[in-house]
Design a protein around this ligand. Structure first.
Ligand code: SF4
Ligand code: F3S
Ligand code: FES
Length: 254
């Protein structure tokens, strides 16, 4: 087993401000960035704040920016860096800092609450739902989400534009809207809820210019842009320019 000392710059501070601090920390074979942050806590900075839980890439808690890229600390192997490289660890930039590497991700929970939930079909009871396997598989991909919010952090619509947070749900929650919209048993339409229109008008689908940065950072490998956002955009546009839908809306308004 070989070990070496790696150079780290870790952001320390709170809502009042802060700065990068230099550390040299022991690294052993097979370790990930979160191991090093834990060793830093154990040996040099006992009050360093860091959020984590599973250490297995499943709880979505240990999100941070490593050398400026949004990543899970527990899934980033030290072997991907050169031994003489300085590794910088900073909190997620799109969310307010609480302390050190811990941010307030409440924005995401507020957005989650704004998305109208699944509407069960009125004429079917529990146990009577039937879906094509193809439809099950389509939404299964989105259900792999661990709510790490790395996609929310990296999307340029909010990353440098705090003002857009009011009107933009972000890729994770637009994906949720797409999932519900493509659900064959969702009866939202019957209640007068048009999910496509809501995605456009209330949740900022139009702000997404399909840069795909969200997809690139997703640790679950979900094709957020290709399989959720682009199809939702296409369906929203189809609906807007469908002459029958247009005629129907005119007749209903009379
Ligand atoms: Fe994280 Fe991917 Fe879910 Fe976004 S879609 S919150 S990047 S797991
Ligand atoms: Fe943002 Fe992803 Fe669209 S990064 S711009 S939501 S493709
Ligand atoms: Fe759970 Fe990293 S500690 S995803």
């Amino acid at each position: 087993m070989s070990s070496y000392k790696a150079r780290f710059k870790v952001w320390r501070g709170d809502v009042q401000g802060g700065d990068l601090e230099d550390f040299k920390v022991e690294v052993n074979d097979g370790e990930v960035v979160l191991d090093i942050i834990h060793r830093l806590q154990a040996t040099q900075a006992p009050d360093l704040a860091v959020r984590w839980n599973c250490k297995a890439g499943k709880c979505g808690s240990c999100s941070a920016e490593i050398n400026g890229r949004p990543r899970l600390m527990c899934m980033t192997r030290m072997s991907v860096f050169d031994r003489d490289e300085t590794i910088t660890v900073t909190p997620l930039r799109a969310f307010p800092v609480i302390r050190d590497l811990v941010t307030d991700v409440g924005f995401n929970y507020r957005k989650a609450r704004e998305i109208p939930s699944f509407v069960p079909p009125a004429d079917l009871g529990p146990g009577e739902y039937r879906m094509m396997q193809e439809d099950v598989e389509r939404s299964q991909e989105f259900r792999k989400c661990i709510e790490c919010f790395l996609c929310q952090d990296t999307c340029h619509v909010v990353r440098d534009h705090e003002e857009n947070k009011q009107v933009f749900a972000g890729p994770r929650f637009l994906m949720r809207m797409a999932e519900l919209d493509m659900h064959p048993l969702d009866a939202a339409d019957d209640t007068g809820l048009d999910r496509k229109r809501a995605a456009q008008d209330a949740h900022g689908l139009g702000y997404c210019n399909i840069t795909k940065c969200c997809t690139e950072v997703c640790p679950e490998g979900i094709h957020i842009t290709d399989n959720a956002l682009i199809p939702l955009k296409e369906r929203a546009v189809d609906r807007k320019y469908d002459p029958l839908v247009w005629l129907g809306s005119k007749i209903r308004r009379r």
